[in-house]
Design a protein around this ligand. Structure first.
Ligand code: ZN
Length: 220
């Protein structure tokens, strides 16, 4: 039986229930929209006093553009999150800063079409073996949207994981033919990975370094 202490948190106010279900910090839920099978939540940031990043003058709202992101499915249904953003302008006529849009990476990162939580989820899903198209179907979006997020977030994870190669003692090399046609030369993909901690671990084609010669030993 678990020894962890359990705490109970109960809310009964409908607005607080919605806020808890949406699960995003510092946002207000403006609307729930359903267009056929598509469900969209419309949110906005809770914004306090905003000043110009250039001159410090209090800023004014210039526009409220709507940007829609692919979010995680809710209760089995694909979900969209439409963010009603704040485009601000500086009230100082002498200031060179014209306008800027308020952002929050906890909701969605710049130039990503998925919410941050959806982008992290698809990266984990693809990183642990699911295909991009399978994940895209679950979110009801296209292959490129998921692949772009996985590439961006996966690269950031690799860059941050500086210790992943410090214990490498064997390097795996594998060459696989992936285009084999009669009218064309066979093409090969060469894979290099950590022989002990990579995904080749325990398989027969593990490549090792011969300790006597310090040479890479290719599999027989
Ligand atoms: Zn300014």
């Amino acid at each position: 039986m678990s020894q962890l202490a359990r705490s109970t948190y109960v809310i009964t106010d409908p607005s607080e229930i919605v806020r808890a279900l949406v699960g995003l910090k510092d946002v207000s839920v403006l609307a729930y929209e359903r267009h056929g099978p598509e469900v969209t939540l419309v949110i906005e940031q809770v914004v306090g006093r905003v000043t110009c990043p250039e001159c410090g003058t209090p800023a004014r709202v210039k526009e409220r553009p709507l940007v829609t992101y692919v979010d995680l499915p809710v209760y089995g249904a694909p979900m969209r999150l439409t963010w009603k953003k704040h485009r601000m302008r500086c009230a100082n006529p002498a200031c060179p800063r014209r306008s800027w849009v308020l952002g929050d990476h906890r909701i969605a990162a710049k130039s990503c079409l998925l919410t941050t939580r959806a982008a992290k989820w698809v990266t984990e899903q693809v990183g642990t073996g699911r295909s991009v198209i399978e994940v895209a179907r679950e979110l009801d979006c296209d292959w490129h949207t998921v692949n772009s997020a996985v590439t961006t977030y996966g690269a950031a994870l690799l860059a941050a994981d500086t210790k992943r190669l410090t214990r490498t003692s064997a390097i795996g090399l594998d060459e696989t033919s992936f285009v084999r046609r009669k009218d064309q030369r066979t093409s090969y993909a060469t894979t290099v990975c950590d022989g002990l901690f990579g995904f080749w671990r325990g398989e027969s084609h593990l490549t090792t370094i011969d300790p006597s010669t310090r040479q890479l030993g290719l599999p027989a």
